[in-house]
Ligand binder design. Structure first.
Ligand code: ZN
Ligand code: ZN
Length: 193
């Protein structure tokens, strides 16, 4: 059966990875498996910005994406950027298979505030759902409470609910249904062989 694979890139706590895997499984209804850990993405470091190119990391990981992966989600502690933008919380291939999320700006400590693990996890859940949403064909939503609304600052993540709006769910359900059918089709092909 095709699965969603999750991998850490660099040092990411095992507890965080397990929490993310469970979240993805509950939200999208796929079996989720922890895949190989990848080292710190030194190849993607921009020495001038002291940030990592999320595009380069995505390109790199697309090449090692497990063949039976319905989606491949990687989580990193590295601070990510794309050209023209100060930073990104994550990036995904629109309707592709690979997505990345960064923990770097999810922690209150990043903003000089007192640690709040619960809040960090809430933010992470939303960002993971958002980036995987893109891989399932969803684009940015104007509903500020929807997971697919664009966040360029942390308060915009905090104001979101932990769910997709109705119209995003409609698009998502259709895509998920297609993928489930594909899985069945693949199974039949395998049996015939
Ligand atoms: Zn987005
Ligand atoms: Zn929406």
């Amino acid at each position: 059966m095709r699965k969603v694979y999750v991998s850490p890139v660099g040092a990411v706590g095992g507890e965080m990875m397990t929490m993310i895997a469970r979240h993805v499984s509950e939200l999208f209804g796929f079996e989720v498996e922890r895949y190989t850990s990848f080292p710190e993405p030194d190849y993607a470091l921009d020495g001038r910005r002291m940030q990592y190119s999320s595009t380069l990391i995505l390109q790199n990981l697309a090449q090692v994406c497990p063949p039976d992966a319905v989606r491949f989600l990687v989580v990193t502690g590295a601070d990510l950027f794309i050209p023209m933008v100060t930073f990104v919380y994550g990036q995904a291939q629109l309707s592709g298979r690979v997505a990345i999320v960064s923990l770097a700006r999810m922690a209150q400590e990043f903003y000089g505030l007192r640690a709040n693990k619960e809040l960090m996890i809430r933010r992470m859940r939303k960002e993971v759902a958002h980036e995987l949403g893109h891989t399932f064909g969803l684009v940015h939503c104007r509903d500020r409470s929807c997971l697919m609304s664009l966040s360029t600052e942390i308060p915009q993540i905090d104001v979101k609910s932990d769910d997709f709006c109705r119209s995003c769910w409609t698009v998502l359900e259709e895509e998920l249904m297609k993928l489930r059918k594909e899985r069945k089709k693949n199974k039949v092909v395998e049996l015939r062989r």
